[in-house]
Design a protein around this ligand. Structure first.
Ligand code: ADP
Ligand code: ZN
Length: 648
């Protein structure tokens, strides 16, 4: 508890953190399943600080080790890493620090443990614990298997007295069991937290003009925020990035078609700068522990609920409100079906893919609480959440049995009478009685079903098609996305089954110039007075981060700046009570923060100094503060206060 306060500057533990920390600090083994953002890192960092020796952290995220170590150093924790990106002399430095007992934590890439020199190095030092991060990588049937992880099963044979803690955010029970057996953690204590992420608001909307819809979301709700936009294909990543940039959004692309340096550069900017939007394929994201990602948007349907949950989980790790938003339409279903039909692998594999897609569609089309459905998918019971689109504005459902019958019998007729199949477009044209060239060419205007569906418009019919697909009452096949009946279609046609459908919201055709809602500049609602203060602190942080070339959140999280802006501490002692301000950061940045606060007029302003600033309450001023304010008057109007040089 003292370490939590002193080093990390946090007030209290979250969830089972304390229990886990006590267990591991006392030498016990643990397997920890906790959602992204749950606070897994502290579970091994604090025991490592409490126990004798160096905590060895195995992590597959080589590209992010530097940042992780940097973040620890900013807290005053002595950390280092060993991986293949280093030069020999850099490795030697870390190795001698390890042997001299000058490290609290050592991050290792798993493949290092295969190298005899590494294991003998570990033999010569004192190890306080092994932490196995991203432990699901040991699961062969998981989605992220790393062969190097199999070697970790021998850790306890070679170092039987060193406690081990394995951590993952991957939820399914099968993976859990596999991790336990492969890492020999069957006798360890298992800590399984709820996977709920209550601060994330889940929303799934009908796709009309996806890029515009996205822009609208960014402009009205997430202006200036960092976020990730997922697209299925490289081409759409490129196009979407271009579109956003043209519209004044700071967006960068990321996909496997870019060369490694370009990818690394874009990732670094996303991590280090404030408010960058990353437009990416799913190649991006594993291990991204940026805490202040305020939204994750999907412009294409993810392939599975697991994938979707993992990707959206990258939003709001700091616990502040965040948005998971998806635009989804009929074309997505057709496209995914096509990918499945043409995918490599056997029938069983294709069936698995189809099951995944089915679960995803069910989530999209549900009229119930999205979160409840998501959690149920991972085997957790929950009640309606109040923080998803369906909870916030419950969709109406309507009896779509007759509409479904009309649609299904049109598909049946095309199939039976002509032995030809058509896509949704043609079927809907027939229902609406449109004499398009393609309709007359095939004589479809002479079908008895021609024009029987004019009570709905095209958008509504597309909604019916989608929902019938989601309910498996209709299937879509082949390259052209042709519609076909399923085994269950007959139940509807013969009136043995009622079909409930979700009402499609009226389509907003003209993007009428929206009166831009007065929106917060800060990512989360702040008291009005605190907004400019927050912005000022953010600017200070950006300058400091740049100077030290570390991500902004390594200096302070948004949540911390937000609390500072709201509470306006007037002294170092007061500042030290704010969550996220530990001893080291207080010593390093405290003065600068007080200065920035005074400069923004948030704290007391000395009347006897030039450049009186408005709005300050009067506090008892200490000599220190007087000095601050004098300094402010000096710094104001020049440049942002400098920062101390980076700690080696
Ligand atoms: P995970 O690895 O489980 O995804 P992290 O360890 O990165 O999560 O923690 C998520 C965020 O929550 C981090 O920014 C971390 O500093 C913060 N955090 C963790 N524990 C606490 C706590 N007890 N109080 C306040 N913030 C915390
Ligand atoms: Zn809900």
């Amino acid at each position: 508890m003292r370490v939590l306060r002193r080093v990390f500057g946090y007030e209290s533990f979250r969830g089972a953190q304390q229990e886990i920390i006590e267990h591991v600090a006392a030498g016990g083994d643990a397997l920890v399943l906790m959602p992204t953002g749950g606070g897994k890192s502290l579970c091994y960092q604090i025991p490592a600080l409490l126990r004798d020796g160096v905590g060895v952290v195995i992590s597959p995220l080589i590209a992010l080790m530097q940042d992780q170590v940097e973040a620890l150093r900013a807290l005053g924790v002595r950390a280092g890493f060993l991986n293949s990106t280093q030069q020999a002399f850099q490795r030697r430095q870390v190795e001698s620090a390890f042997l001299a007992g000058e490290l609290d934590l050592l991050y290792l890439a798993p493949e290092r443990l295969r190298v005899e020199s590494t294991t003998s190095l570990l033999d010569r030092g004192t190890i306080s614990l092994f932490a196995i991060d991203e432990a699901h990588c040991v699961a062969q049937w998981g989605h992220d298997f790393r062969p190097d992880y199999l070697a970790l099963s021998t850790l306890h044979e070679r170092w039987p007295t060193v406690p081990r803690i394995a951590l993952t955010a991957t939820a399914t029970q099968a993976t859990h069991a596999e991790i336990a057996s492969r890492l020999n953690l069957l006798d360890a204590r298992h800590f399984v937290a709820s996977f709920d992420r209550p601060n994330i608001q889940y929303r799934i909307v009908g796709k009309t003009e996806p890029k515009r819809q996205l822009l609208e979301l960014l402009r009205t709700e997430h202006s200036g925020d960092a976020g990730i936009v997922y697209c299925l294909a490289r081409a759409s990543v490129e196009k979407t990035t271009e579109f956003l940039v043209q519209n004044g959004i700071e967006a960068l692309p990321y996909h496997a078609g870019l060369d490694a340096p370009a990818r690394a550069a874009n990732q670094a900017r996303f991590l280090r700068e404030d408010g960058v939007v990353m437009v990416a394929t799913i190649a991006f994201g594993m291990g991204i522990d940026k805490p202040d990602v305020r939204f994750v948007a999907h412009l294409d349907l993810p392939k599975s609920v697991e994938g979707y949950y993992q990707e959206t989980g990258r939003a709001g790790r700091d616990g502040l409100p965040a948005t998971a938003w998806m635009a989804y339409g009929l074309a997505d279903v057709v496209q995914q079906r096509k990918l499945i039909d043409t995918s490599e692998g056997d029938d069983a594999h294709r069936r698995r893919l189809a099951t995944h897609l089915g679960a995803m569609l069910a989530l999209c089309e549900t009229v119930e609480c999205r979160r409840r459905q998501l959690l149920a998918y991972f085997g957790e019971q929950a009640s309606a959440c109040g923080n998803c689109d369906n909870c916030l504005s419950p969709p109406e459902s309507w009896d779509g049995t007759i509409a479904a019958q009309k649609l299904l019998s049109t598909v049946l007729r095309l199939d039976r009478e002509r032995r030809q199949r058509f896509g949704a477009g043609q079927v809907i044209d027939i229902l609406l009685g449109k004499k398009t060239p393609k309709v007359t060419q095939f004589g479809h205007d002479r079908l008895t079903v021609f024009g029987i569906g004019t009570e709905l418009n095209e958008v509504q019919w597309r909604g019916v098609v989608r929902q019938l697909l989601a309910q498996r009452l209709l299937a879509v096949e082949g390259d052209y996305g042709t519609l076909a009946l399923t085994d269950s279609s007959g139940e509807v046609l013969s009136r043995r089954r009622q079909v409930l459908l979700r009402r499609e919201p009226e389509r907003v055709t003209q993007a009428a110039p929206k009166t831009p809602k007065p929106r917060r500049a800060a990512p989360v609602e702040l008291p009005e007075k605190a907004v400019p203060v927050f912005e000022r602190l953010r600017a200070w942080r950006a300058a400091a981060a740049k100077e030290q070339s570390v991500p902004a959140y390594v200096i302070f999280h948004d949540a911390t700046l937000r609390q500072i802006a709201t509470e306006c501490p007037a002294t170092l002692a007061e500042l030290g009570t704010i969550s996220g301000v530990g001893e080291n950061k207080l010593a390093k940045y405290g003065q600068q923060i007080l200065t920035a606060l005074a400069a923004s007029g948030a704290t007391t302003t000395p009347g006897d100094l030039p450049g009186d600033l408005p709005g300050g309450q009067q506090f008892e001023r200490t000599p220190l503060q007087r000095a601050n304010c004098a300094e402010v008057a000096f710094i104001e109007g020049q440049h942002s206060p400098g920062v101390q040089s980076r700690r080696e």
